[in-house]
Write a protein that binds this ligand. Structure first.
Ligand SMILES: CC(C)(COP(=O)(O)OP(=O)(O)OC[C@H]1O[C@@H](n2cnc3c(N)ncnc32)[C@H](O)[C@@H]1OP(=O)(O)O)[C@@H](O)C(=O)NCCC(=O)NCCS
Length: 184
């Protein structure tokens, strides 16, 4: 789906991702590769990011947003959030969440701002009933953020992620359902 831009502060906008953002997004994903994301640095491909952006714009059950600092003539992308809707019709109202914030901008509320925006758009769209994600069991920041926004743990995938030292880490499955409209 395509979404409108929202200016949250003088130095922060949230907007839909466009293909031209692919390199900036890939840089952030590479930073996140060691800090919580599953891909390795050498597995992040700007071409694949660009295709994901196009796909998300075209699909009614998908959303790709970025957080950016406005600068004259352009803006600087500092965060990304993807809600990737499932193509199968029986799963069409289920989306998988991925997000990352550039290292120097973390812990300043950017992730929460992107999440609030994405949840609001997703809920309003009526196309996404359930949002699922996987996060590393030791990603305390992510687990805290998701829990505070209504995500609950649904289970664990044991010893799933192989680390560089050869040890394995659990992935935590978390999910959030679209809130029921309040009565009255
Ligand atoms: C996870 C991530 C996207 C969060 O973005 P962010 O902009 O740093 O998040 P925010 O600043 O909005 O919120 C972070 C919250 O975690 C809290 N936090 C920070 N460190 C923490 C820790 N060690 N333990 C628990 N909570 C922690 C902060 O206090 C804040 O909570 P609050 O708003 O209640 O005070 C970002 O850290 C990131 O890109 N990490 C690397 C990639 C990644 O892990 N992506 C998620 C994969 S599932």
């Amino acid at each position: 789906m395509q979404v409108e831009q929202r200016r949250l502060r003088d130095d922060l906008v949230i907007r839909g991702a466009v293909r031209e953002d692919a390199h900036a997004i890939a840089r952030i994903l590479k930073e996140g590769a060691d800090d919580g994301l599953v891909s390795r640095v050498d597995e992040v491909d700007p071409g694949a990011v660009s295709r994901q952006i196009e796909f998300a714009r075209a699909m009614s059950n998908s959303l790709y947003v970025v957080a950016a600092v406005p600068v004259p003539e352009d803006d600087e992308v500092i965060g990304l959030l993807l809600l990737e809707g499932q193509p199968l019709m029986r799963l069409h109202d289920v989306a998988r969440l991925t997000m990352a914030v550039a290292r120097e901008h973390r812990n300043k509320g950017i992730g929460r701002a992107m999440m609030r925006y994405a949840l609001e758009v997703a809920d309003r769209s009526g196309q996404i009933r359930k949002i699922e994600l996987l996060t590393r069991a030791n990603n305390a920041t992510a687990v805290h953020l998701y829990s505070s926004l209504g995500f609950a743990e649904e289970g664990r995938l044991r010893a799933r992620l192989r680390l560089d030292d050869g040890s394995y880490l659990d992935d935590v499955c978390m999910a959030r359902f679209k809130p029921e409209p309040s009565a009255g």
